[in-house]
Design a protein. Structure first.
Length: 306
């Protein structure tokens, strides 16, 4: 039987890992009513409506559109793309919660670089946005996922692997913790429905495996049956390459802000190492199933590297 109070889900039409769409699908499978906040209708909202989700027009950048979306909501999922504006979005959400008269428990999909002194502007902004939500007195569970998404690999490197057989970035030889977008979505579902599994209000879920980019290149070479190598370049070089990629990226994921963010994160990891090691057992305990292996993901994504 469907729970009467809808779970408000923001970012459900996002393309980075399709995490939001996974959250909607899983909540519906769990029998929860879901209300999706979307700026514009389209194929993605139609697919979500097909799952039984209620679609409401709204934008985290417009407080007025959020007030009716929050009507009757007791649970909410808050996320924002890697782009400018997250602090304003958090302020709008907090103000709308107050105006709507409720106090929904809110799960925030954050990131490991959310820190007041991180070299990434977007990392510092994410931290400040979470401070705003806490200052507003909201009931929060913040997921600062300390891992890179599997989906970053084809988005950031699919073009260069396909054309040149090379992964280029400024991570150096550091081993990075990785997580699949579906597993990140499952973390959000667990945080919404099973908060007792988390040691909030700010949690740092770990990834499932650790790989260097040279190691990933070796996996791709084996799976694709052709040479793939890793090439270390400077932070500025990679930022420039990603900025250029953003002009031709048809997925809509890469933008100049993301280029600056991910290159700053990579440079920090190369200099100081990752902040947290992968822990597959801990992630399994949180999401209630084994996480998706990176090798399996790469095998199902071969077309992205063609």
């Amino acid at each position: 039987m469907t729970n009467v109070s809808p779970v408000l889900v923001t970012g459900a039409t996002g393309r980075h890992g399709s995490t939001g769409a996974h959250v909607v699908r899983r909540l519906r499978e769990e029998g929860r009513a879901v209300r999706v906040l979307a700026r514009t209708p389209g194929e993605r909202t139609e697919a979500l409506a097909g799952l039984g989700a209620e679609i409401v027009r709204g934008d985290l950048r417009d407080r007025r559109s959020l007030v009716p979306a929050l009507d009757g909501v007791e649970l909410a999922y808050f996320t924002y793309p890697i782009d400018a504006g997250v602090v304003g979005a958090a302020a709008n959400y907090a103000a709308a919660v107050r105006e709507a008269g409720g106090r929904p428990r809110t799960v925030v999909m954050s990131m490991g670089p959310a820190h007041p002194r991180h070299p990434s502007d977007r990392g510092r902004d994410q931290w400040l946005a979470e401070e705003v939500l806490q200052w507003a007195g909201l009931d929060l569970l913040v997921l600062r996922v300390a891992a890179a998404f599997h989906e970053n690999i084809p988005v950031l490197h699919g073009r260069s692997v396909g054309r040149e057989g090379v992964i280029r970035n400024c991570f150096g030889d550091a081993e990075v913790a990785w997580i699949n977008g579906a597993d990140a979505g499952e973390l959000a579902v667990a945080a919404l429905l099973h908060p007792e599994r988390f040691d909030g209000p700010v949690c740092h879920p770990a990834g499932s495996e650790q790989f260097s980019h040279a190691g990933i290149a070796a996996l791709l070479a084996e799976d694709l049956g052709r040479p793939v190598r890793f090439e270390a370049i400077s932070r500025e070089q990679w930022r420039q390459e990603l900025t250029e990629l953003s002009t031709v990226d048809t997925s809509g994921v890469v933008n100049p802000d993301m280029a600056a963010h991910i290159s700053a994160v990579a440079s920090a990891v190369a200099d100081r190492g990752p902040t947290r090691a992968a822990d597959a057992a801990a992630l399994t305990a949180l999401i209630g199933r084994p996480p998706v292996p990176l090798r399996d993901y790469l095998r199902t994504s071969r077309k992205a590297f063609a």
